[in-house]
Design a protein around this ligand. Structure first.
Ligand SMILES: [Zn+2]
Length: 255
């Protein structure tokens, strides 16, 4: 059984004490494919290091996270461009709009999002979207950018059934993580109406740990808890969900 964590920040400082053990715990559970979203240029070195240590398991993305779109965003976008020109990444991510932490940067967040979508199209890469309190703003951008060469993952999807259909209409898979296991997570109530071919698994470690670890540090091995929840929601075997969601991740990332 091969399980894919499509979104995990394994380079986070939260893992500095036990990163190796934590990664091996995941691999022993069958979680052997890790897709690593970028945040900003400060994390690039640590991401490259991770790839060097686990070349068969770690697949890097490049991008500027919306909460890190600040005064220096032009220099940060230049870093993203330079890195994409230099070597292969598996996606442009995570990118998007976050109005939970800071509404005042909406204008430059929109600009950075659009700019990075263009880069993804240029390199024929998927995008990995971060959306927090910003469904309308994200959909507005996707509506203007939609095309056959726009595709990717709507990471940590927490919207309604209608928003799920809309995301899928822009060639996005839904990244399902710990929120699906929360009592008030809501998406578990309608997810079975979404075909599994649109679903990928993720942890967003070290954030958003699934039940029963909610509130604690998340790690990639816990993606099994999300998988078990999908077994319950879809009434399909663990092996089948692992196989389908891993295949979906291959379709998106081309690896
Ligand atoms: Zn993330």
């Amino acid at each position: 059984m091969i399980i894919t964590d499509t979104h995990t920040h394994l380079y986070s400082k939260d893992f500095d004490e036990d990163r190796g053990e934590m990664i091996h715990r995941a691999i022993e559970e069958g979680v052997s494919r890790f897709f690593i979203p970028a945040i900003d240029s400060e994390h690039t070195e640590a991401m490259l290091q991770l790839e060097k240590e686990y070349p068969n398991n770690m697949f890097l993305m490049m991008g500027l996270h919306p909460t890190h779109v600040k005064d220096n965003y032009k220099a940060e976008l230049k870093h993203v461009e330079d890195m994409l020109a230099k070597r292969h990444f598996y996606a442009v991510g995570e990118i998007g709009i976050d109005l939970y932490w800071d509404k005042s940067t909406l204008g430059i967040q929109q600009e950075a999002f659009k700019h990075q979508i263009k880069l993804a199209k240029q390199y024929k890469l998927p995008i990995v979207i971060h959306c927090r309190d910003a469904f309308n703003e994200i959909f507005e951008v996707l509506e203007t950018e939609k095309s056959d060469d726009l595709f990717g993952i709507f990471h940590c999807f927490t919207g309604t059934l209608e928003q799920a259909h809309q995301a899928i209409s822009y060639n996005m898979k839904l990244g399902i993580g710990g929120v699906a296991t929360f009592k008030n997570g809501k998406i578990d109530t309608f997810l079975n109406e979404i075909d599994l071919k649109h679903v990928v698994l993720e942890t967003d470690a070290p954030y958003l740990a699934p039940a029963p670890y909610r509130g604690k540090r998340n790690e990639s091995a816990y993606v099994i808890k999300v998988l078990e929840k999908l077994v319950y929601i879809y009434g399909v075997s663990l092996e089948e969900i692992a196989a389908i969601t891993t295949q979906n991740s291959k379709d998106v990332f081309k690896i």
